[in-house]
Design a protein around this ligand. Structure first.
Ligand code: F6P
Length: 340
């Protein structure tokens, strides 16, 4: 068989582990693998290179993606689907394995509905893809954020400051929830639950009243205040129409400084959460996903995606993965609130 692989959308630690695993498993089954450059762009423009054992040697622990990524989607072009179909035929491909987040999986579904043989692999540090318990990259991102929070605590305490730490998560608060719990933050704010700035100020103020010298607030970039509780500007939109939530930590730090009379500083962790080497957990999950994607190709299970259910790797319909986002359930948030 001949299998194409591509990585699309925002990068994520563990992408190279999937690529390597696809190449290793396919190689063991006598298949040939090619890698498209820069996600769907490579497929649409027929830009690719062969991938063999040597090509993936040493990449397991590398962050980013050796194939490159972009946010180009087949749907952006009028003839996107037909171009993809023609290039698959020209290259003699039996299947394509796109590795990506929500946008990539939606594109995979579009092509799959048009009859193209696709097997998806989910990735995102945000952990918000439905139909899989976990996505690789999340564990690494939570580790990076937790390490940053641990470090920020010592400088916050030295200066008796409130630090408002903005982590990634434009639609969901999984990174905020997990890193906030892991680091013992004093308030955790997520997009799923609009926050009341007066309550946040009260909670932080109570800490100082009790003689504590600092406070750490973790806020997901997509968290929003309850309407009318604080002056807040909506994020600007980028060229793809995505909102840029660059303002919540800055705005919240100004509000808290005003209300509490304590120095407050915003800290935006940003893309550092997506970079660097994946944790062992993410390497294992990514490797298992890559292997299963090749097995699914051999079974002819197209239009589906690898997923983790409990400890098992299973295949689920792409339709299930893109139907909705996996948000933080109220019970998980309430559980967190009782321990921060
Ligand atoms: O991968 C998802 C994500 O990490 C979001 O949490 C964040 O809002 C976004 O990517 C940032 O994307 P970009 O790299 O395009 O700035």
């Amino acid at each position: 068989m001949r299998i194409g692989v591509l990585t699309s959308g925002g990068d994520c630690p563990g992408l190279n582990a999937v690529i390597r695993s696809v190449v290793h498993r396919a190689g063991a089954l006598g298949d040939e693998v090619i890698g498209f450059h820069d996600g769907w762009r490579g497929l649409l423009e027929c830009d690719w290179r062969p991938l063999d054992h040597d090509a993936v040697a040493g990449i397991l622990a590398q962050g980013g993606t050796v194939l490159g990524s972009s946010r180009v989607q087949p749907a952006h072009l009028r003839d996107g689907v037909e171009r993809a179909r023609a290039h698959l035929a020209d290259l003699g491909l039996d299947a394509v394995v796109p590795i990506g987040g929500e946008g990539t999986l939606k594109a995979a579904k579009l092509l799959s509905d048009a009859g193209l043989p696709l097997v998806g692999v989910p990735k995102t540090i945000d952990n918000d893809i439905a139909a899989t318990d976990v996505t690789f990259g999340f564990d690494t991102a939570v580790g990076v954020a937790t390490d940053a929070l641990d470090r920020l605590k010592t400088t916050a305490e030295s200066h008796q400051r409130v630090l408002i730490v903005e982590v990634m998560g434009r639609h969901t608060g999984w990174i905020a929830l997990h890193s906030g719990m892991a680091a013992g933050a004093h308030a955790v704010l997520v997009p799923e639950r609009p926050f009341d700035v007066a309550e946040v100020a009260e909670r932080v103020g109570a800490r100082f009243d009790a003689g504590k010298r600092f406070a750490i607030v973790v806020v997901a970039e997509g968290a929003k205040p309850l309407p009318g509780t604080m002056k807040y500007e909506d994020g600007e939109r980028d060229i793809y129409g995505h909102e840029r939530f660059s303002g919540v930590a800055r705005q919240l730090s100004l509000e808290l400084e005003d209300r509490l009379g304590k120095e407050a500083r915003p800290v935006i962790l940003g893309h550092v959460q997506r970079g660097g080497t994946p944790t062992a957990y993410d390497r294992v999950l990514a490797t298992r996903f890559g292997r299963e994607a090749v097995e699914a190709v051999h079974r002819g299970e197209f239009g589906r995606m690898t997923a983790l259910r409990g400890t098992e790797i299973v295949m689920v319909p792409l339709a299930d993965a893109v139907a909705t986002l996996k948000t933080v359930p109220a019970a998980r948030y309430e559980e967190c609130e009782t321990v921060v």
